[in-house]
Design a protein around this ligand. Structure first.
Ligand code: FAD
Length: 258
């Protein structure tokens, strides 16, 4: 049972095991529900793999695999792709040296107190926060690249269809205003808090991981301020500094990796 396998973890840190588990779940389970990928879904897949190949701050063997899948996908000229051919590329049947995507999931920071809590959706948010921070670290050229990849992936593939509709509505409202890499980090942070706010107290909330306006004052004291009127405010400069550090590649923990 899940209780037997509970992995102790630090709640104020980000774990590579969650990111790799998210990739496995997304690429080998969620996408497998689409035997043929074409049109809008195919371009969504291409954008997603492209940002992963550019920015996923993983172990060299995982990065090599993502780069080889990206190169393979960019070389496909057909208007449709079968999931089984993608799966062969993911499983590296061409035997590109030192390239692999670990099999299976090992949730750590995204563990839930019950099997239906947290896990993949938690991993998905974490993955994209990390990617927005990596895009800035790597001096990406297009401030919307990572956000648009997330938007189209969620729209075409994310299993929770109600989530996808909500996210698309938020994207339609304001994603086009994002003009810098740091604004992209803040956009995702603020939209995620918006979702936290909407879901606080809902049945989907893990009672051991209540939905809060994140980061808490304990996690980032300087991110929080108060106006003279007594109203809560966020200190955006401090928040950016915090996000850059919390989701940075050097700060990721490698406990529980295979
Ligand atoms: P999550 O919200 O998944 O967050 C994961 C971790 O990220 C947290 O533990 C925390 O460490 C950190 N974090 C929290 N807030 C922020 C923030 N603002 N910025 C940066 N990091 C943060 N569920 C629904 O029931 N209805 C929906 O409409 C819905 N829409 C979703 C849309 C998307 C795109 C995604 C990826 C998920 C959606 N979900 C939705 C799932 C839901 O948001 C949670 O992922 C799920 O309930 C698990 O919550 P969690 O406690 O693991 O924290």
């Amino acid at each position: 049972t899940t209780e037997d396998q509970w992995r102790p973890f630090n709640r104020s840190r980000v774990y590579m095991a969650d990111l790799e588990s998210t990739l496995h779940y997304s690429l080998r389970l969620e996408l497998a529900a689409h035997p043929v990928i074409k049109g809008e879904a195919l371009s969504a897949l291409q954008r997603y793999i492209s940002v992963l190949a550019k920015y996923f701050p993983g172990r060299p063997v995982v990065r090599n695999l993502l780069k080889s899948v990206d190169t393979w996908l960019k070389g496909q000229n057909d208007t449709e792709l079968s999931y089984s051919s993608l799966r062969d590329a993911l499983d590296n049947i061409a035997e590109v040296p030192d390239a692999a995507l670990p099999e299976g999931v090992r949730w750590v920071g995204c563990q839930g107190s019950m099997p239906h809590f947290r896990r993949y959706p938690c991993g998905m948010w974490t993955l994209f926060h990390v990617l927005t921070v990596q895009a800035e670290e790597a001096a990406g050229k297009d401030p919307q690249e990572v956000l648009q990849a997330m938007r189209s992936y969620v729209h075409s593939f994310f299993g929770c269809r109600a989530c996808a509709t909500h996210f698309e509505n938020m994207a339609k409202d304001s994603m086009s205003h994002v003009g810098t890499l740091s604004t992209a980090m803040l956009w995702l942070w603020s939209r995620h808090n918006h979702v936290n706010n909407r879901l606080a107290g809902a049945l989907s909330e893990d009672p051991h991981f209540p939905k809060i306006q994140w980061p808490s004052p304990e996690l980032c004291p300087s991110c929080h301020g108060v106006k003279k009127s007594g109203e809560h405010t966020w200190n955006q400069e401090e928040l950016l500094t915090f996000l850059r550090s919390h989701f940075s590649s050097e700060h990721l923990l490698s406990d529980y990796l295979e």
